[in-house]
Write a protein that binds this ligand. Structure first.
Ligand code: MN
Length: 405
């Protein structure tokens, strides 16, 4: 067990599993840009790629291993000699290299994909870890499809990997099948029953097929896992991986509950999210937790009123804590008088109570008719009213004159 039992190792696989998102293929130069940003963000391990998969991936891993000196660099390999050798060839110049090898452990995969017996797979896993350990003492072993694996066999194969010299053991919910309580219990079982586990780090890798990747990762951390694998914006194979920003901000926002911490400099989360989205071409859904365009936007009039009075009424974390400049009060039919008043104030207008009532009424009527309503619409309403009511017209004229000069 690590000296600091509260410290979680954040293993980022944006450049490997994340790149498995359809259409997300990146050049070595693009991967290096993201790797630099991940180093700035403070991740503990960057998984740079799958060197045997293609020449481009080999080059990416080698480039990142040479250039990024402050973060551990990992490369993935199947549990076969050519993969392991190729991974090491790409990694060897890294300041702190890690070979990450994997093999399936579930009967479904053994029977239909590997066409091997449990005994054969266990022996292969052992031999692969031994081989990787001839290159480096930093070897991670992953049981693929671990969550659909017989518990006793999973225990046996993990023990074999540890006996062969693995320093990190990763339990992969490769197909996003686990649910939090069950997954937490599996991790607790492995922590207790895998001999040698106390000398290594237990890691988890969760997929989001049922929208549970973050919840499953957190359940695992509650039960003794001390490394979490994630990607920026949750990109990855199929429905993606646990999102780094979600896991990290859950731990930070609810440290009263988890009593765990990471080395992530959270104020760089948003810029990292934007960079990954721009380079991969995968947009971030507006309602995405932490980094979505609406994550700190408030539309309900009741919420807006509370927020103007005191931010903690409706915000559990500040936008600044993840590097977003400010929360946003959106304008919509749910907006209240208080939000409209604030917005007008920001634009330079101080209306009387009566004028504000009238503008709010007109604004809501328009918002009822239209899906999107903007500041421009608010200004148009103000101008139309100004033509009708002398007082507001004066205000608008004064403002127009001011901005004209
Ligand atoms: Mn995966």
């Amino acid at each position: 067990m690590a000296a600091d039992e509260q410290r979680i190792c954040v293993f980022d696989t944006t450049l490997r599993d994340g790149e498995q998102s359809p259409g997300a293929s990146m050049t070595p130069a693009e991967k290096l840009l993201i790797a630099r940003q991940l180093e700035k963000l403070g991740v503990d391990v960057i998984e740079a790629g799958f060197p045997v998969a293609s020449d481009g991936d080999f080059k990416s891993v080698r480039l990142i291993a040479e250039e990024i000196r402050g973060t551990e660099i990992a490369a993935i390999a199947r549990a076969i000699a050519p993969d392991i050798d190729r991974a090491w060839a790409a990694l060897k110049k890294a300041a702190r290299p890690r070979i990450h090898l994997f093999i399936s452990s579930s009967d479904i995969h053994l029977k239909h994909q590997l066409k091997k017996s449990r005994v054969e797979v266990l022996a292969q896993a052992y031999a692969a870890v031994v081989r990787a350990c001839t290159y480096t003492d930093n070897v991670e072993f992953s049981a693929m499809d671990a969550t659909r694996t017989d518990r006793e066999f999973l225990r046996d194969i993990l023990e074999a990997a540890l006996a062969a010299g693995a320093t990190t053991i990763n339990v992969a919910d490769t197909v996003g099948y686990a649910v939090p309580d069950e997954f937490g219990a599996l991790i607790a079982y492995l922590m207790k029953n895998v001999s040698g586990m106390d000398q290594a780090v237990l890691s988890v890798h969760c997929h989001d097929d049922l929208g549970l990747a973050t919840a499953n990762s957190l359940a695992a951390l509650r039960n003794g896992a001390r490394q979490v694998k994630c990607t920026i914006n949750g990109i990855g194979e199929r429905a993606g991986n646990a999102a780094l920003e979600e896991v990290v901000m859950a731990l930070q926002t609810r440290k009263d509950f988890f009593a765990l911490r990471t080395g992530i400099r959270t104020e760089h989360i948003y810029e990292t999210s934007c960079l990954v989205s721009r380079i991969t071409g995968i947009p971030v859904q507006p309602n995405k937790a932490v980094v979505g365009a609406n994550a700190f936007a408030h539309e309900s009039g009741i919420h807006q009123d509370g927020l103007i009075k005191e931010k903690t009424t409706y915000e559990i974390m500040t936008p600044q804590s993840v590097g977003i400049p400010a929360s946003r009060l959106t304008l919509g039919k749910h907006s209240g008088r208080h939000a409209i008043k604030e917005r007008l104030k920001k634009l330079g207008y101080a209306l009387t109570a009566q004028e504000l009532d009238r503008i709010t009424l007109l604004f809501k009527a328009r918002a009822d008719r239209e899906k999107r309503i903007s500041e421009d619409d608010l200004m148009a309403i103000l101008r139309e009213e100004a033509l009708r009511v002398k007082e507001i017209r004066t205000l608008v004229d004064v403002k127009t004159a001011e901005t004209a000069t």
